[in-house]
Write a protein that binds this ligand. Structure first.
Ligand code: ZN
Length: 134
């Protein structure tokens, strides 16, 4: 994943949702969802979004892939679309975007590990040895 690619980011930490996007002239700009107009095609899989840059007042239009469309919609941006079931459709396909980083790539704890641990706990000498190290 190319992290340098400009993407819209929804910040829902505060009371008001702000959307960060980029203006070709000004770079990163923040605005509320009401400042953005999203138009989608192909059942919400892709589209374009437009906004008036709050800094230079230029009209900016950008392409939005499905992820950006879902993100903008979840941030409260109005969608200009012919289909009324768009939101439903969108969230059926991608119900929840987890903002947390993925779990570390550790092996899963299996039933075999549990049985192994169970027998280790029954081994008094092993438990004593383990506790002695603490
Ligand atoms: Zn600008």
């Amino acid at each position: 994943m190319n992290l340098k690619r400009p993407v819209a980011v929804a910040d829902t930490a505060g009371d008001m949702t702000t959307i960060r996007t980029t203006c070709p002239r000004c770079g990163e700009v923040d605005m509320g969802p009401e400042s953005i107009l999203l138009q989608v095609v192909r059942g919400g899989r892709e589209g374009t979004y437009r906004f008036t840059c709050p800094t230079c007042m230029d009209d900016v239009e950008k392409r939005a892939d499905r992820k950006i469309v879902a993100l903008l919609v979840s941030a409260g941006v109005d969608v200009a679309s012919r289909g009324s079931t768009l939101t439903e459709e969108l969230f059926d396909q991608e119900p929840y975007v987890d903002p947390r980083p993925p779990l570390p790539d550790a092996p899963a704890f299996t039933i075999d590990d549990l049985i192994d641990f169970h027998f280790k706990l029954q081994d008094d000498a092993l438990v004593a040895e383990f506790l002695a190290k603490q």
